[in-house]
Design a protein around this ligand. Structure first.
Ligand SMILES: [Zn+2]
Ligand SMILES: [Zn+2]
Length: 182
């Protein structure tokens, strides 16, 4: 059976990946596994910005998909960017299988606040689900509680749930049955 595969870039804690894997498996009703860790994506490092170009990391993942891959999600602790934005929480291939998420700015400590492990896990699950939603061709959703609503900061992530709204869920169903027909 095809599965969601998590591909850690750099030293991402195993427990974090296991919990994320369980959450995504539940949300997408699809088995999820963790692949061996890749090195930090130094090829995508921008010396001036001291951040990693998200699009380049994502492109490097395309050839890593195997026949077992339903979706391939890169997970990293490094800070990601695209040229027009200060940072991104993640990026996805709108019609591809690959997505990428960064936990860098999901920690309370990043904002000078006390650690909150539960909140951190929750944010990572929401952003991962959101990026995988884009690979299922979902666009941003107007429903603020839907996981596909746009998040420009953690306060927006905290407002939404980790679930798809009924409309988005219906769209995913259509996408998947269309793929099955093909
Ligand atoms: Zn988005
Ligand atoms: Zn929605």
């Amino acid at each position: 059976m095809k599965r969601i595969q998590l591909m850690p870039f750099g030293a991402v804690p195993g427990e974090l990946l296991e919990r994320l894997s369980a959450g995504l498996s539940r949300e997408f009703s699809t088995p999820c596994g963790v692949l061996p860790a890749q090195p930090e994506p130094s090829f995508a490092f921008n010396v001036t910005r001291r951040q990693y170009l998200s699009t380049q990391v994502l492109a490097s993942m395309t050839e890593r998909a195997t026949p077992d891959t339903w979706r391939l999600l890169g997970v990293t602790l490094v800070d990601l960017y695209i040229p027009i934005l200060t940072f991104v929480f993640g990026e996805a291939q709108m019609k591809g299988k690959c997505a990428l998420v960064s936990a860098h700015r999901l920690h309370q400590e990043f904002y000078g606040l006390p650690a909150d492990e539960g909140l951190f896990q929750e944010r990572l699950l929401k952003e991962s689900t959101h990026e995988l939603g884009h690979t299922l061709t979902l666009a941003h959703c107007e429903d603020y509680s839907c996981v596909m609503s746009a998040s420009h900061g953690v306060e927006w992530i905290d407002l939404k749930s980790s679930r798809f709204c009924p409309d988005c869920r219906t769209s995913i169903g259509k996408t998947n049955s269309a793929q099955a027909v093909r």
